[in-house]
Design a protein around this ligand. Structure first.
Ligand SMILES: [Zn+2]
Length: 342
């Protein structure tokens, strides 16, 4: 089950709304000149062999491929005049030829950009041997790549692979199998087994709305100095602020989740059904019935990129003026530069 809607989705996303044009301008003024984006998905259409239904029904399948050229093209639109470097890795679902996608990124990425190997839990030998490739700067593996979807970290980040990553000092990009408050014990076990493993927790721990327990959970992890967090697609100013307050300004890194940040959606709290995403556009993964009922609530919705950028800016703006400049520089550049060795 696979068809490529990329062109229509790109056309829809790049037909910029007035609010988005204003946001591009205001962030161009606000952002530092040098930026590192440490969470970018990139592979070619020919690397996509198949797509399972569980993936197809997920928003992650909106852009099954996105090339280096498209990535550069998008950076020029969203960050005009800035020098943006990226840490890229392949799309994360099964059905991608990750051997070829990894090879593509390793061979074709610009020297100043970085590549995270997409590791394969079913091929430990390959994954371990590739970690020694001098162009590999990080390791990405994904909880939903395995079947059934993993609920524990070791189900997809195999211990032997983590051992090698720790030995080589290669950071892993960890999208937790559950929200951080629920994956807490599991993560602690990994930290106990691999005390020197460098970990970038994606999406600030995957919660999109602040919940009361998050503060104490963040606090429990601050003692592990090898834990960093990326901001990818987190729309909550409160969570970004909490992360900056608790982990400090040296451990939060900007990640965009390109090209998924092009999706125009917003989190909607349904009185009975809880948290879900509503969209104005009928993407292939949107439930038609819900779309009919709720899409009016999403009229005027902007790229999810801006929700996350606004969240970062609001959080940073709670600091004093001199602090703001320093924090911006660290979150958008310096922290990732050190962590991923740009
Ligand atoms: Zn991602």
């Amino acid at each position: 089950m696979f068809h490529n809607n990329k062109k229509v989705y790109l056309d829809y996303s790049l037909c910029l709304k007035a609010e988005e044009i204003d946001l591009i301008k205001s962030f161009t003024e606000w952002l530092p000149d040098k930026i590192i984006d440490c969470h970018v998905h990139c592979n070619l259409p020919e690397h996509v062999i198949s797509m399972e239904e569980k993936i197809y029904k997920h928003m992650g399948s909106t852009f099954s491929s996105f090339s280096l050229e498209e990535s550069q093209f998008l950076k020029n639109i969203f960050f005009p005049g800035k020098t943006v470097r990226s840490l890229r890795f392949a799309q994360v679902f099964r059905g991608i030829n990750h051997y070829k996608a990894n090879q593509y990124l390793l061979e074709s990425s610009k020297q100043e950009d970085r590549v995270a190997l997409f590791g394969l839990p079913e091929d430990e030998e390959y994954t371990i041997s590739m970690l020694s490739n001098p162009r590999v700067s990080a390791l990405k593996m994904y909880y939903s790549y395995v079947e059934p979807t993993a609920t524990k970290i070791y189900e997809f980040f195999k211990p032997k692979i983590l051992e090698e990553a720790q030995t080589l000092g290669i950071p892993i990009i960890l999208h937790l199998p559950k929200i951080i408050t629920e994956s807490k014990g599991d993560l602690k076990q990994v930290l106990k087994d691999f005390p020197n493993l460098k970990i970038s927790i994606a999406h600030l721990g995957s919660l999109k709305v602040l919940i009361p327990q998050l503060k104490s959970v963040f606090k429990e992890f601050t003692t592990y100095e090898n834990i960093f967090l990326d901001t990818a697609l987190n729309p909550s100013p409160e969570i970004v602020k909490l992360a900056l307050d608790i982990f400090g300004e040296d451990r939060i890194m900007f990640g965009s989740d390109e090209p998924l940040y092009l999706i125009r959606s917003q989190v909607f709290i349904h009185p009975k059904k809880g948290q879900w995403l509503i969209t104005e556009y009928l993407y292939h993964w949107v439930d038609e019935e819900n779309h009919r009922l709720y899409s009016h609530l999403a009229s005027g919705v902007i790229h999810s990129h801006w929700l996350s950028m606004n969240a970062i800016r609001s959080a940073i703006n709670t600091f004093t003026a001199p602090e703001r400049e320093r924090i911006k520089e660290k979150v958008f550049y310096k922290n990732a530069k050190t962590f991923f060795k740009f």
